[in-house]
Design a protein around this ligand. Structure first.
Ligand SMILES: [Cu+2]
Length: 245
């Protein structure tokens, strides 16, 4: 008799407890919807703001060069949290350094908190790097990677001219194909609070030619599109191209 009584009390407590839990679900505390912020990208060459069509830059191999085109995709942006869940918006963003409206990426619902670092890809992940998977905008059509070369999209078109034996020679650093997907690590702790409106990222073009593999147009090639080995070197160097300002 005593045991039955004890069990009854226990059941009443459990029911009451669950009842409370449900009530608190119906009237939740303030829901954290996160904040909207702008990822603002600028382009530099070792600290000097990028000016197009100006033969004023030199990479570590000594190639004196100018830039005539810079277009690429960013995907898989992830803010790595030190306090909660990582923030990873599913976005594939087209950036053209000469079209400033494409240099600001709006991110919605970013949870407030402390983050350790950012990772992102330059290019398009394997699942989406297939012919015509992106909307048929002019930008996306122009970035297509030819079907006969494997299809999908260019990850980057970085073009210009460099000086070779005192004349100007064109270069085209084109990345594409899943093997040249670039992983960037931006190793910089940052806080996202209700007053955060912008995070500034800077791409240093000389990093594409710097490390871990010194890239020289004269010995490594000035056109990477049909050269898997050259693409591999450029893609590996992409790990450090972005930094936070
Ligand atoms: Cu190409």
């Amino acid at each position: 008799m005593k045991t039955v009584f004890k069990i009854s009390i226990l059941l009443i407590i459990i029911l009451f407890y669950n009842g409370c839990k449900r009530d608190s679900d119906i009237v939740p505390d303030k829901i954290d919807k996160g904040i909207s912020l702008k990822l603002a990208i600028n382009h530099k060459v070792d600290g000097v703001p990028l000016i197009f069509d100006s033969l004023m830059y030199t990479n570590d191999a000594g190639n004196n060069y100018e830039v005539t085109r810079l277009e690429y995709y960013i995907s898989n942006i992830t803010f790595h949290s030190s306090t909660g869940k990582d923030f990873s918006p599913k976005k594939i963003v087209y950036v053209n350094a000469q079209t400033l409206s494409t240099n600001n990426i709006t991110l919605d619902s970013v949870p407030e908190g402390q983050y350790n670092y950012i990772t992102l890809n330059i290019g398009i992940d394997t699942a989406h790097n297939t012919p015509y998977s992106l909307p048929n905008t002019n930008e996306n059509i122009n970035m297509a990677w030819p079907d006969y070369m494997g299809g999908g999209y260019h990850f980057m078109k970085f073009e210009g001219n460099y000086v070779y034996l005192s004349s100007n020679v064109g270069f085209s650093v084109h990345l594409g194909q899943n093997s040249s997907l670039v992983t960037c690590i931006i190793n910089n702790p940052f806080l996202v609070s209700s007053s955060t409106s912008e995070i500034k990222l800077s791409m240093n073009l000389n990093e594409w030619f710097r490390s871990p593999i010194l890239y020289d147009f004269n010995s490594d090639g000035n056109a990477t599109m049909g050269d898997k080995q050259a693409r591999g070197k450029i893609a590996a160097n992409g790990i450090n191209v972005f930094s936070m300002e």
